[in-house]
Design a protein around this ligand. Structure first.
Ligand code: FES
Ligand SMILES: [Fe+2]
Length: 344
């Protein structure tokens, strides 16, 4: 049995990670690239099937993709190896020893679906539904209310991933750090729900004028069963999904970087399903301003996270938590619980 704490690579390898929504990669050749630790993971639409792999050409380790998103082929510019329709294609195959080529393959990850959300794992300690618990159904239902990708915001946070994540898990800082952005919603205390590896916070808007304005655009969407307020779903270890009224979702990753005091942060804005093309046009400005607002909020979060002393995540001196920080307490319990899992 492994003892607490699991290292960042162990956490990455052992758990399932929500990487994307099906509608983000609708066309063959669409890809997304994410950084985690010292590697990159790519999700690629291979003739309609989403494959997840480690972005390294199996010949001599060239990175296939250098952009974060786009459309292209899995084709290595160095010596022309490529991958399509589930197979590796190697020019001048006869020049390689057949024995060597037997091991030549794309280094793919295991994948599984929660409705339209794609999860991947390197070596999962448990099935996906066991990891998600009751949150499986919540996620699955809301996945049908998402349509596409509207914004990608990715950069390095200059702090430990646990510091960035714990900040995302508590609303106590909102009036102080986000007075002109998220703070404007004037969120109520709300309710936290916990499973073993997930937590969900739902809070009503206290800003009545804003609430009225948001309710006014509901008719432009085609949504079912959305929470009419602010909802933030945490999936241990690295992922958050947050939304106001379900009109769009911010899918956030706080992947550890190789250096202990850096985090590969990214947030993608996933718009809700709209009624029709005219509604989409009418909502274009709303989605643009939501993307800009999210960028401001994450910038503000990064500014304060950078200010926290290195090592704080491992220092018990900084363990005093208020009731509004109980999702942090749950996260810390998850870290301990992860250390007791039988490693695959
Ligand atoms: S390193 Fe990719 S083809 Fe040689
Ligand atoms: Fe924040």
């Amino acid at each position: 049995m492994t003892t607490y704490p699991l290292s960042a690579p162990q956490l990455r390898n052992t758990f399932w990670h929500l990487l994307c929504h099906r509608s983000e990669l609708p066309q063959p050749g669409d890809f997304l690239k994410l950084d985690w630790l010292d590697q990159e993971v790519v999700i690629f639409n291979d003739d309609g099937e989403l494959v997840v792999f480690d972005n390294l050409c199996p010949h001599r380790g060239t990175r296939f993709f250098t952009d974060n998103t786009g459309n292209g082929a899995i084709a290595c510019p160095y010596h022309g190896w490529s991958y399509r329709a589930g197979s590796l294609h190697i020019p001048c195959r006869e020049q390689y020893a057949a024995d060597d080529l037997r091991n030549a393959r794309l280094n793919t990850l295991q994948t599984d679906w929660c409705a339209d959300f794609l999860f991947a794992s390197i070596c999962p300690a448990m099935p996906l539904d066991a990891q998600l618990g009751d949150t499986f159904n919540l996620l699955g239902a809301l996945s049908f209310n998402i349509d596409g990708l509207a914004d990608v915001n990715a950069y390095t946070f200059e702090c430990d991933w646990r510091i960035a994540l714990e900040n995302a898990l508590e609303p106590l800082h909102v009036p102080f750090i986000h007075p002109d952005s998220l703070g404007q919603l004037n969120l109520g205390d709300g309710v936290n729900d916990f499973t073993a590896w997930t937590s969900v916070w739902q809070a009503p808007l206290g800003n009545i004028a804003m609430e009225k304005k948001l309710k006014g655009i509901k008719r432009l969407f085609q949504l079912e069963g959305q929470y009419p307020g602010y909802q933030s779903i945490y999936l241990f270890p690295f992922t958050m999904l947050s939304s106001t009224f379900g009109y769009s979702y911010s899918l956030q990753h706080f992947f550890p970087a190789e250096s202990a005091n850096r985090t590969h942060f990214s947030s993608r804005l996933l718009p809700g399903v709209t009624k029709n093309a005219a509604a989409s046009t009418a909502l274009a400005e709303f989605f643009r301003s939501t993307a800009a607002m999210n960028r401001q909020v994450f910038h503000e979060d990064h500014q304060i996270c950078q200010r926290i002393v290195h090592g704080a995540a491992d220092n018990e001196r900084f363990g005093i938590l208020s009731v509004r920080e109980e999702k942090i307490a749950h996260f810390r319990r998850c870290l301990k619980l992860a250390g007791t899992l039988q490693q695959p």
